[in-house]
Design a protein around this ligand. Sequence first.
Ligand code: NAP
Ligand code: 3JM
Length: 345
Amino acid sequence: MDQKGYKVAIVGASGEVGRSLIQTLERYPIPVASLRLLASKRSAGKTLMFKGQSLVIEELNKDSFEGIDLAFFSAGGDVSLEYAPIAVNSGAVVIDNTSAFRMDPNIPLVVPEVNAHVLSKDTRLIANPNCSTIQLVVALKPLVEVYGIESVNVSTYQAISGAGAKALYEYDQELIDPSYEPQILPARSDQRYYQMAHNVIPQIDVFMPNGYTKEELKMINETHKILDDDTIKVNATCVRVPVRYGHSVATTVKLKKAVENKDQVIQLFKESEGVIVRDDIHHQEYPMPAYIAHCDEVFVGRIRKDLDEENVIHFWVVADNILKGAALNSVQIAYYMHRQGLLGD
Ligand code: NAP
Ligand code: 3JM
């Protein structure tokens, strides 16, 4: 860092997450001396605005990180696997949005409100969790602290933007032209594609040998790692819904202690960092993606006790998957490290 701030790079700058990273950096008080935008050959030469300046996107190569202090990666796992080590070796701190390093025991997986304490001066590479995991653990954190958690069962309702800019484009085409042939969802490596418009797809990412999707296993494994507790039983069903921005997660939690009344839980959520409670059934108030997209916080509502079991609660969690689910969380990690003096000179 020089007097003016950090020299920052964004890999995948032209994508959904990359563009949100640029906008989030514009409004966060992290001093940025310069910003280098990187993508593939496809976008090289195009321009994007940062703080009123037009910046040209460069094609990513092995020399892209010379002089860079801080690099954000959001160009898929393969790009991170190849280039994140190069960026670290050139002296940059890397915050990676892909699943490439998340389960590496030597790499911190961070949601600042939940486990920023795992970051240290020696941290050079940080993994940003999966979008659905992030909003789930922000909501689980106060429950872990006050009641302890035995098990978590979720069903997700995930927005199309989570599958990238091309998926959003394809969704728009399907709405305009019913004969449009889908080519993107449900998973990049499968031969079958399904329409997103007027549909609900119970598959996100590829299937694994145990019958779960990779997205579901990400939620399970990442929740264990972030909460630092493999004994919590986590189950997930991840579903793509025809919503542009904002993931919703229907959540059932079995606590280690009984809940006397739901107002205690509501109060707990209200006092929790990064959480906003929208819960007033008498006025039909609860969080919905169409109304909270482009907000920073994690919204919780429909909070209720189970009808049979004293220590089981249910609630509904909604957050912007591109902001808190990806770009904003990454920038918050950088901001935390900056404030704590963990970003190097
Ligand atoms: P996207 O809209 O499809 O954008 C992909 C970006 O990666 C584009 O900038 C693209 O550049 C770039 N890219 C692709 N291949 C590249 C290559 N070989 N070399 C350099 N750049 C390359 O996708 P997105 O939604 O922004 O997501 C990007 C990645 O972020 C995902 O693959 C995923 O790993 C991660 N992600 C994480 C979360 C999370 O929850 N943390 C959420 C969503 C996504 P061009 O314009 O040149 O093609
Ligand atoms: C969200 O490697 C790839 O092609 C990216 C796949 C992907 C991921 C991932 O696994 O990194 C697409 C969308 C994610 C994610 O956040 O887990």
